[in-house]
Design a protein around this ligand. Sequence first.
Ligand code: ZN
Length: 296
Amino acid sequence: MSAIVACITGGEVHRQWQEGRLLGEQIGPRRTPFGNSADIFLVEGDGEPFYLLPRNTGGQAKPAPSRVNSRANIYALKDLGVRHVLAWGPGGAVTHNIAVGELVIFNDLLDLTYLRDRTFFEDSPLGYLRQFPVFCPSLASVVCGVLDSMKLIYHSRGTAAVSEGPRLETPAEVRRLATVGAEVATHHFVPEVFLAKELQMCYAGVCYVVNYAETGSRHRPFMPGDLFGGLTQKSEHERLAGVIATISRIVHKVATTIRKGQMDACDCHSTMQANINEYDLSNDWREWFTGNNGQG
Ligand SMILES: [Zn+2]
């Protein structure tokens, strides 16, 4: 059994695996020229199978976002035959049009990170790629269709501001993000989205909104001991938990839709074609790294 869809998530879905709520087999970590990937699971069960790659396993085993080895993770998924990556991550609402517990499907982002390996091709010209569209619109459309069918509340477009973390943003930083058009503040999706493009994979980013960024009018007092220091209320926690519990069902449905051939054509699988022509690259993508920072 194999799959062509992968789900990258935080530790929450990994917990569902640990608790036996997801069925399948563990097939990773896997070795790559860029180091070892995170754990990878082939999730079977109610629908088309998919690979699950948690960026962390929760608890103490939760590295800062900048410490996640995204190059190894994306390489490992490509090596398994994955063509479509559906990535999930938490974020804070910058605009008041978005509420805690809602989903936002990103169509654009501001990359404010500075510690991460953003490319597979540091020593070659292959990473000079256009970022339009940033996320795969066809995969995003499939996700919207599934969310419609499940009657979940979501925003079909949104601009993410991806900062380095792990700390949350200051009030002044959030005010600046709002003025430049960011709608959600998050620490995830970068550099995954850029790396997936370099390996010609579809990538969609879905954010589950866990709090309101420090935007002033929704200011809440600091609550010692609370995960987000009081930024999220109990009812919002419950709504959020309900959304997170549905992630695996959503991905199964997305994978089933794609397997049935019901996803519109996109250009993601030819993003490197100009480079392939220009530099006479091998048809085997694994050979693109030879002589670069990969050890292939
Ligand atoms: Zn695509």
